[in-house]
Ligand binder design. Structure first.
Ligand code: F1P
Length: 561
């Protein structure tokens, strides 16, 4: 089957998201968030009866493992999927500990702990390392419920792990979470997978194995095509939270009711739409004027900030400095997987006290935007005062517990606290997290739209840092310039290697490795080469005249749209 996977298709709602007002951006992203529940076209989303039945089956399996001395639950994924797995595993382990139960959840993320806060995309192409890590983490256990997440039903790292489970069903129960039908699973061969196997082969095997579960509701295309951190990440979080919460409670609450709580809470976010739009505008101004955006938060709220920031690098080729998240407590220290002594530990994984933050923020470019996430106001007050003296903009996202601010503080407050209500504290916390995720996704996505990193609803400056993104880049170039596959690929490769010469002998892996040392606008340059029928060198000269990358598409006559 040749059709484009849902996760890579273009969402009809957001086709003009790049040309509307900032309020329009906020509203469209909000509507897309609700598609996760309401479905897309003829698909039913998370509220589908059959899907809810599958969730119930999984709740039973998780419950069994929680009661089994020799059992664990391993959650694994790449990029956003791995990060959301980390958050779910650490949060629900905490719940186990509070109830004097052994912590049963484990996480694996492609690229290791540093990938929790920085983009390490290439690791997702390795099925062998994926399987090796799963083997290692599950060695001393007899029963393993393995949950592999790959929104696009595509990541070989997860594929290798599922395959290992399928080969060892006496020990493993494999679960695949993704958002495409099995027929749309990725069929591209990666060199490290022996005998030409692809993710599709594994997904098919999963579907045919009665012990395995495939959880793949069709939530429809992303608001920004392919940006699976958005709806894919949201659906992943809701699925994991719902299953783990229900497995840990004796209440007779139904799966449908928990999903409904998420839906109504997300829907209520629209009460803050105008304030959110103001912050999106400020964030966009920051990116356009070379100022920076910073998130500060504690515990999982801090992690969400870091996750949102790190995803902008592969999605929009933003610089590491454009948006960064900081952790105000030692959450990582307490929750990270042990790694070999000499392995790289990202400095972002360290706690930042208000004094540390001041040292880092002291020299921020003027009019930067600092967003505090529901953290203790008293402890950050003097930092905020100093930042305000420097004329930076301060935003406070209020979710659950933050104390009210002093009335004269000049801090912009986005207050979701009245929308986040549940009779259960665990659910309430999960609701706060989803609201935060969507709020931050809206800010960073909106800011990049305003910066001109999106044309229609296409990420035109995607960073070609793994095989999936390499092929996505070719599709974008083909679509927007109307050239054939070979021309798009040729121009992309020349742009990656910064050359006017044709390179025929190198492999995709070599191209991706070269991307690591080329931070230029690889896709926009290749696109310009195709649109203007010019060389790499000529395109690089032309690109300097385009302050907003999307102007390439609108200024060039040959644009197919
Ligand atoms: C995994 C992922 C995304 C990231 C980028 C590259 O995707 O790392 O999280 O934003 O698109 O791929 P998936 O395996 O969950 O589809």
């Amino acid at each position: 089957m040749d059709s484009v996977p849902y996760t890579e298709q273009h969402n009809t709602l957001t086709m003009n998201v790049d040309t509307g007002s900032v309020e329009n951006i906020v509203d469209l992203l909000h509507e897309c968030n609700l598609q996760v529940f309401n479905g897309y076209e003829n698909h039913e989303g998370l509220s589908d009866e059959q899907f809810l039945n599958k969730l119930d089956r999984l709740v039973t399996l998780v419950r069994e493992i929680l009661q089994n001395e020799k059992g664990i639950i391993v959650i694994s994924g790449c990029g956003t999927s791995g990060r959301i797995g980390f958050l779910a595993s650490t949060f629900f382990n905490q719940l186990c500990i509070e109830r004097n139960l052994p912590p049963k959840y484990r996480y694996i993320i492609a690229g290791g702990n540093s990938a929790l806060v920085t983009s390490v995309e290439a690791s997702e192409d390795d099925p062998v390392i994926g399987a090796t890590e799963l083997k290692k983490i599950s060695e001393s256990f007899e029963h393993v419920l393995f949950i592999g997440i790959t929104c696009g039903v595509s990541a070989p790292f997860v594929g290798g792990q599922l395959e290992y489970c399928l080969d060892n069903l006496q020990k493993f129960t494999p679960v695949l979470i993704g958002f495409n039908p099995v027929s749309m699973a990725r069929r591209i061969h990666v060199p490290k997978w022996p005998n030409g196997r692809t993710f599709y082969d594994i997904a098919l095997r999963m579907e045919k194995t009665s012990e395995a579960i495939v959880l793949n509701p069709i939530i429809g295309p992303e608001p920004i095509s392919g940006s699976s951190r958005m709806k894919g990440g949201t659906a992943t979080k809701i699925i994991l939270d719902t299953i783990f919460y229900l497995a840990s409670t004796n209440n007779s609450i139904k799966t449908r009711d928990v999903i409904e709580e998420f839906k109504t809470t997300i829907d209520r976010m629209k009460t803050e739409r105008m304030k959110l739009a103001t912050v999106v505008q400020q964030a966009g101004d920051c990116l356009l004027n070379d100022s920076y955006i910073r998130y500060v938060g504690s515990s999982t709220f801090g992690v969400w900030g870091m996750i949102d920031a790190s995803e902008c690098v592969p999605t929009y080729n933003s610089s590491y400095n454009d948006i960064r998240g900081f952790m105000a407590n030692d959450y990582f220290k307490k929750n990270l997987n042990p790694e070999p002594v000499n392995s790289f530990v990202s400095p972002a994984l360290h706690e930042s006290t208000p004094d540390d933050l001041w040292k880092i923020f002291e020299n921020l470019p003027s009019s930067s935007l600092i967003i505090f996430i529901d953290t203790e106001y008293d402890s950050q007050k003097s930092l905020i005062d100093k930042l305000q003296k420097k004329k930076h903009r301060i935003v406070w996202i209020k979710l659950l517990s933050a104390k009210s601010l002093e009335p004269n503080s000049n801090v912009q407050i986005i207050d979701f606290s009245t929308s986040i209500t549940s009779s259960d504290m665990t659910v309430q916390y999960c609701l706060a997290e989803i609201v935060l995720k969507l709020c931050l996704n809206t800010i960073s996505t909106g800011a990049h739209i305003l910066k001109g990193k999106v044309y229609q609803n296409i990420m035109i400056d995607v960073r070609v840092s793994n095989i999936k993104l390499f092929y996505r880049a070719i599709d974008i170039i083909k679509l927007l310039s109307g050239v054939d596959y070979q021309t798009a690929e040729k121009c992309l490769i020349q742009s990656i290697h910064q050359t006017d010469n044709e390179l025929n002998k190198q492999t995709i892996e070599q191209h991706i490795t070269a991307v690591a040392s080329n931070k230029d606008h690889i896709v926009p340059i290749a696109l310009l080469m195709c649109l203007s029928n010019c060389s790499y060198t000529q395109a690089t000269h032309q690109i300097d005249k385009c302050p907003r990358i999307r102007d390439i598409c609108t200024n060039t006559n040959r644009s197919s749209t």
